[in-house]
Design a protein around this ligand. Structure first.
Ligand SMILES: [Zn+2]
Length: 323
């Protein structure tokens, strides 16, 4: 357990390569605020119970639960924590809808995702694994909470301090970050991470150019005076603007790399491009992200008229532009 005054970092275990998600517990006169819940696993719930003992609070002391975005490692345990605490759960309306799109058992998204990847050139051996793999996440996000919506531009109290709510999309369409102007602290979720690059993925039925959205977010957020970032993965850090520049450079380089691959090959699918960058030795979990990340970059280039695209016999190809 790490603590910065009223803010306590809660490192929750994940059964993914990422291993840990940081939730935060913020102490205030009226009770405790939870920022991000974790995934619904026995281990994560046990960790919350341990923290409860270490810090010395009861479930009734929790006054609210804030979710930065809909991804399962943030949203998954929200319903369970709500049942225990009776606290309201706050999320953006966009990400509540996306949570239901991805994690409602009735959603047709898993099958549509398989079709989508097939169209983008993924070999059948992978495609057929996609629906079950995606549906496998449902159990980690159930039960679903009753939610209340919060919006960018509003203020919200986390503990004893008012925070400004910022819409920081790119990693997730409705991603929210929370800024305390007095102490210049940012609760950043997955918007800005100190070591890894937040995954920028293009999914069916979501924003069609998430990388453009993310680069806009970075540009818009860059001038904010931030002394400390509390991220959902990795250590609390202070090099806010430097980190934004690093991420801008990362995506610029990745775009150049992909443009070069398209120029050299002339005509190829997203899967071809993905395998050229990441290789084929991937788990289904990592493959899904590698495909979605590659597609986000290809679509950025295409929508920026730097490469062309065409659909032929139900397969989508990216093409070197005629010069
Ligand atoms: Zn995320």
């Amino acid at each position: 357990m790490n603590r910065w005054g009223d803010i306590i970092k809660v490192a929750l275990p994940l059964p993914f390569p990422l291993k840990i998600i940081n939730a935060y517990l913020i102490e205030g006169k009226k009770g405790y605020t939870i920022v991000d819940a974790g995934l619904h696993t026995t281990e994560a719930l046990e960790t919350w119970k341990q923290i409860q003992q270490e810090v010395g609070f009861t479930w009734e002391d929790v006054e609210k639960i804030i979710i930065t975005h809909y991804h399962p490692d943030h949203f998954g345990l929200a319903g369970t924590l709500q049942n225990l605490t009776q606290a309201p759960v706050y999320i953006s309306e966009t990400d509540w809808k996306q949570a239901m799109l991805f994690f409602d058992r009735e959603s047709s998204l898993p099958d549509e995702m398989a079709e989508f990847y097939k169209k983008h050139g993924l070999p059948e051996a992978w495609v057929k694994q996609i629906p079950d793999h995606l549906r496998g996440f449902c159990r980690w996000v159930e039960p679903h909470p009753q939610v209340e919506f919060i919006r960018a531009g509003e203020m919200i109290e986390l503990g004893d301090y008012p925070y400004q709510i910022y819409h920081t999309p790119g990693h997730a369409d409705g991603h929210l970050s929370f800024y305390d102007p007095k102490r210049q602290l940012l609760m950043g979720g997955d918007f800005l991470l100190p070591k890894i690059t937040p995954n920028i993925s293009l999914w069916p039925k979501c924003h069609s150019n998430p990388l453009a959205l993310f680069l806009e977010t970075l540009a818009q957020m860059k001038d904010l005076a931030v002394k400390q970032v509390f991220p959902a993965h990795g250590q609390v850090f202070d090099f806010y603007q430097e980190r934004i520049s690093q991420l801008e450079n990362h995506h610029k380089k990745r775009l150049q790399q992909i443009q070069k691959i398209v120029a050299e090959r002339g005509r190829l699918t997203t899967a071809d491009t993905c395998f050229a960058i990441f290789g084929q030795n991937l788990s289904i979990h990592n493959l899904r992200f590698a495909m979605a990340e590659t597609l986000a970059h290809l679509e950025y280039l295409r929508q920026n008229n730097q490469i062309d695209g065409e659909e032929k016999d139900d397969i989508y190809f990216y093409i070197k532009p005629h010069s």
